[in-house]
Design a protein around this ligand. Structure first.
Ligand code: PLP
Length: 404
């Protein structure tokens, strides 16, 4: 930017590109140079988009659905979303309480952009998905990060929430199942938090349910508005098709919330991207309305891989991994390797030194806990083949054994 003669917009430039994308780019460059790098960094299912969904997109193109659509979602997609909320979540959203955007990331961006003034506080439990705090900062808000470690099940407690609320708090952001920890809130976990919010009418609740379809061991997913309808008038319920339907590149996210907020979010969208892709919207109608049986199969495949990764990690001295309830990530503690020295004589002072060591010496790309606001941990995305996972975990075990 400076080379081009501009003065950088420093507040935004300082935030930089998502740390997960940075690590992915570094690992991809090493791979291009011929190094046998295994990348366990990306939060992306390794399945293909189901054929029925692809067929719906092709039909949309043939039908001529290639023009601008209604600004924040076609009526057909909003109807499919309303039905999905009713059928799967037991929540009623009218069509004017629903908005569609170019991914759940843009939903978050629209919502914060429409509501956060400079100095407004947003409570975010850590570890959190990296974009949460960055988006809040881009909007001039103040992320208030509350540490929730493995011992706490990576879940926020009511006392912590109560203590963090100030007159400047505008939002609390909860994500279940979580990226990066895989931890999920049951109805019992949510209840005390919702009780705290009932006592603070100026605080709004944003919930990110992106991983609702990827849960294990009979865990019952529930969204807060279904538990506490009195919070519906100040809750934004976010979801999308990226993870459940293996549609990360189609870029469709959606949310249900109060009419005035939904309208304000559409204003932001109108000045940013206009409508989301017409073809992806048509495909998403099929995703939400069409056959859902593959979800169970994919869930079973992820569970198999979760078990493989968790048991391999827990067999490595120095690491400790809590069994996640959902999503396709493990967030393993690595306190036992801090202070150790690598064969090249480098002391591991922080989780990012450990993940650098794994990338450089073992050629395994994982993301340090510091990228998600909680150390010392590291995240593995296990949405990759069992053969690659097995090889990567063997390399991690060998690398740990070489530390002194
Ligand atoms: N929320 C969480 C917790 C995520 O992990 C992600 C993507 O990694 C998103 C939202 C964004 O999803 P989308 O692809 O719909 O923008």
């Amino acid at each position: 930017i400076e080379e081009a003669g501009f003065t950088p917009a420093s507040r935004i430039a300082a935030i930089g590109v998502s740390k997960i994308l940075q690590i992915g780019a570094r690992a991809a460059a090493m791979k291009k140079d011929g190094l046998p790098v295994i990348i366990l960094g990306a939060g992306e299912p390794d399945f293909d988009t189901p054929d029925t969904i692809k067929a719906a997109a092709k039909a949309a193109i043939d039908r001529g659905d290639t023009k601008y659509t209604a600004l924040d979602g076609t009526p057909e997609l909003k109807k499919a979303i309303a039905e999905k909320f009713r059928r799967e979540n037991n929540v009623d959203y009218a069509l004017d309480e629903i908005t569609v955007a170019t991914g759940a990331k843009q939903i978050l961006f629209n919502a914060f952009m429409a509501t956060v003034n400079p100095g407004d506080e947003v409570i975010i439990p850590t570890p959190y998905w990296t974009s949460y705090s960055d988006i809040v900062e881009i909007c001039g808000g103040v992320p208030v990060l509350i540490p929730c470690d493995a011992e706490a099940g990576f879940r926020l407690k009511a006392e912590q929430l109560e203590k963090a609320i100030t007159p400047k708090t505008r939002w609390v952001l909860l994500n279940s199942p979580s990226n990066p920890s895989g931890a999920a809130y049951s109805e019992t976990d949510y209840r005390p938090l919702l009780d705290v919010l009932l006592n603070h009418p100026h605080v709004w609740l944003m919930v990110d349910d992106m991983y609702e379809h990827i849960v294990y061991d009979g865990f019952r997913f529930v969204t807060p508005v279904a538990i506490e309808p009195r919070l519906k008038s100040r809750t934004l319920t976010i979801n999308g098709v990226s993870k459940a339907y293996a549609m990360t590149g189609w870029r469709i996210g959606y949310a249900g919330g109060p009419k005035a907020l939904i309208k304000a979010m559409a204003v932001i969208q109108s000045q940013a991207t206009s409508c989301p892709s017409s073809v992806s919207q048509a495909a998403s109608v099929e995703a939400l309305n069409g056959p859902q049986d593959f979800l169970k199969e994919r869930q079973a495949s992820f569970k198999h891989r979760r078990d493989l990764v968790v048991s391999a990690l827990n067999a490595i001295p120095g690491l400790a991994c809590r069994t996640p309830e959902g999503a396709f990530y493990t967030f393993s503690g690595c306190a036992g390797v801090i202070g150790k020295v690598t064969p090249k004589g480098k002391r591991i002072e922080a989780d990012s030194d450990f993940t650098d060591y794994l990338l450089e010496d073992a050629h395994v790309a994982v993301v340090p806990g510091s990228a998600f606001g909680l150390s010392p941990y590291f995240r593995i995305s296990y949405a990759t083949s069992e053969a690659e996972l097995t090889e990567a975990l063997k390399r991690i075990a060998d690398a740990c054994a070489k530390l002194v």
